[in-house]
Ligand binder design. Structure first.
Ligand code: NAD
Length: 257
């Protein structure tokens, strides 16, 4: 993205399925990485798997729902690398699979805190470093749950609708400064989060839930972490230089009708 020096990239949820795969793409291009997640051992594993050189990366264990911790990972990135070219705002949780009637205020708050406040605080602290130099790209991981309803996942669906709202507002505020803000909207991805949703949907028979979900996908299968990471990488890069404010579906055709 920046021809003069290596890209500096912050990735949240970097211990998870999609985040680790995104980190891989930036590691291959030789970017400097700030890896953020609640799960410290997972971050260490990501750095190990990517064979990152000491000095080329930072691990910042963070609860993204806590504003001061978000400010901390941004400050640490600026102190070590001096700039932020790309921000992958990706950490998220699915919450419990429960109907509106069953779900608790605690479940609702937890999902909104991580998925909405986490994304919001990230943009709040990263954006000034980008607008100041009129350069940068932010990619928020939303979901097809940002565009449609889903039985048993109201807090998650509400949170991802909010992520799109934040994406649209931030993209409008940032566009005059040549900074882009986009969202990816994956359908089901073959990783831990879907295993949890399948088990929550049909307790004790996750495979049955999976079969049912796959029938609703025109391409007949889940996405892979790699496929989603490729889209995120594209939106983070100059290859998408005139794209901002979009909610880009990657869903095997689920959005056709
Ligand atoms: N897996 C899917 O089917 C799917 C579909 C659409 C969108 N998404 C979204 O993709 C993003 C990445 O999820 P994934 O599929 O890689 O699942 P994942 O569970 O493997 O990764 C999520 C990561 O976020 C981290 N995390 C959770 N709470 C956190 C917090 N408070 N602070 C910091 N980190 C925290 C987890 O430790 C985990 O490493 C999420 O925003 C998710 O909602 C996933």
């Amino acid at each position: 993205m920046n021809n003069n020096s290596k890209n500096v990239v912050i990735i949240t949820g970097a211990a998870g399925g999609i985040g680790r795969e995104v980190a891989k793409r930036y590691a291959v291009e030789g970017a400097k990485l700030t890896l953020v997640d609640l799960f410290e051992e997972g971050l260490i594993e990501t750095a190990k798997q990517l064979n990152l050189n000491e000095g080329d990366y930072l691990i910042v264990p963070t609860d993204v729902s806590k504003e001061e911790q978000v400010k901390n990972y941004v400050d640490q990135t600026i102190n070590k690398f001096g700039k932020i070219d790309v921000f992958i705002n990706n950490a998220g949780i699915e919450g419990k699979v429960q109907s509106i009637v069953e779900t608790t205020a605690e479940n609702l708050s937890k999902v909104l805190d991580v998925n909405v406040k986490g994304v919001y605080f990230g943009i709040k602290y990263v954006l000034p470093h980008m607008t100041e130099v009129k350069h940068g790209s932010i990619v928020n991981t939303a979901s097809i749950a940002a565009l449609e309803g889903s039985i048993g996942l109201t807090p998650y669906v509400a949170s991802k609708h909010a992520v799109l709202g934040i994406t649209r507002c931030a993209s409008l505020e940032a566009a005059p400064s040549n900074v882009r803000v986009n969202a990816v909207c994956p359908g089901p991805v073959d990783n831990r989060m879907m295993r949890s949703i399948e088990e929550g949907s049909v307790p004790g028979a996750a495979e049955v839930a999976k079969e049912g979900i796959m029938k609703s996908i025109p391409m007949g299968r889940y996405a892979t972490n790699e496929e989603v990471a490729d889209l995120i990488y594209f939106l983070g890069s100059d290859k998408s230089i005139y794209i901002t404010g979009v909610a880009c579906r990657i869903d095997g055709g689920m959005g056709i009708n």
